[in-house]
Write a protein that binds this ligand. Structure first.
Ligand SMILES: C[S@@+](CC[C@H](N)C(=O)[O-])C[C@H]1O[C@@H](n2cnc3c(N)ncnc32)[C@H](O)[C@@H]1O
Length: 277
């Protein structure tokens, strides 16, 4: 693990937001006075969901949804872990007035930013804050393991999660997968990214994260911050999905485990595509 990342995970969640604002202050200031930041895009210090180009990554995510989840402009979609609106921002250029977007997240700053900057211009995009604990992002006490998504049954045609299940505990993931089954309509599709490995894989040979902390059928990047990053054994994940009533349509390998893969049309993380039969 890089020293920068190591240091970052040692900070309490609230301090991580401050550290980011300070770290990016010079470039944010420069981009502000030169007008280099894209219109309507949050500053780097505000983007708590990881580095990388906000607009480019959002467009990439929408392309993945079109390609693997057959996303349509008039779909009703649920974005679980909507962050600071990276995918939603790109989706505002794709979903039409008949389409409907709902997103929720455990970081109030992100949800507030989205309501102020996206919902105010696109009323068919709604964002909800849910105060659930995630030790990487906050210090709330309520757990995600029993959380019931605030939506009716069979409401969505598409549900997606980009880089969210990679930051959750196993029991929480199981609950979320069964909630996704509940809120998807029949034949609805869920696209979710994970770090997935085969049981016999030697992760020490992987070029990116090596997940050194071995648990029962899953692995962690950091023992102290369990939600920093999690990788799940493929058979175990398939069992969880099937148990929820969803079926696995396909897995698409990400390049985190193999830098020689052609990056076109895939993601850094692995993708699981699931369907409600
Ligand atoms: C790496 S960020 C990705 C954000 C967004 N999906 C994107 O791609 O821009 C992970 C997000 O998951 C959210 N998150 C973590 N635990 C969650 C939970 N139990 N329910 C909903 N969101 C959660 C975090 O607050 C954070 O916004």
């Amino acid at each position: 693990m890089s020293n920068k990342r190591n240091f970052f995970y040692k900070l309490p969640p609230e301090y991580r937001y401050i550290a980011r604002r300070i770290y990016y202050f010079p470039i944010d200031f420069y981009e502000k006075i030169t007008g280099k930041r894209g219109k309507g895009v949050p500053s780097r210090g505000e983007i708590f969901i990881g580095s990388g180009d906000f607009e480019k990554q959002g467009k990439h995510q929408v392309e993945l949804l079109k390609k693997y989840a057959s996303l349509k402009p008039d779909d009703k979609v649920l974005d679980v872990g909507s962050g600071i609106g990276r995918t939603a921002f790109a989706l505002t250029k794709y979903l039409n007035a008949n389409g409907k977007y709902e997103g929720f997240d455990v970081v109030k700053k992100g949800v507030d930013w989205c309501n102020k900057n996206i919902n105010s211009k696109f009323p068919n995009f709604n964002f909800k804050f849910v105060p659930l604990n995630n030790e990487l992002y906050n210090s709330y006490s309520e757990k995600a393991v029993d959380f019931k998504f605030p939506y009716e049954n069979d409401k969505f045609q598409k549900v997606y999660l980009f880089s969210v299940f990679t930051h959750m505990k196993i029991e929480d993931i199981k609950n979320y997968i069964s909630e996704i089954h509940r809120v998807l309509e029949k034949d609805g599709v869920c696209l979710a990214t994970f770090f997935i490995y085969d049981k016999d894989a030697d992760l020490t040979q992987f070029p990116g994260f090596k997940f050194p902390v071995l648990k029962d059928r899953y692995r962690l990047i950091d023992d102290k911050v369990e939600e920093a990053n999690i990788a799940i054994e493929k058979d175990y994940l398939s069992e969880m999905i099937q148990k929820s009533g969803l079926e696995v349509v396909d897995y698409v390998k990400g390049f985190w485990s193999d830098f020689t893969l052609d990056k076109n049309g895939i993601d850094f993380q692995d993708i699981a595509i699931m369907r409600k039969a």
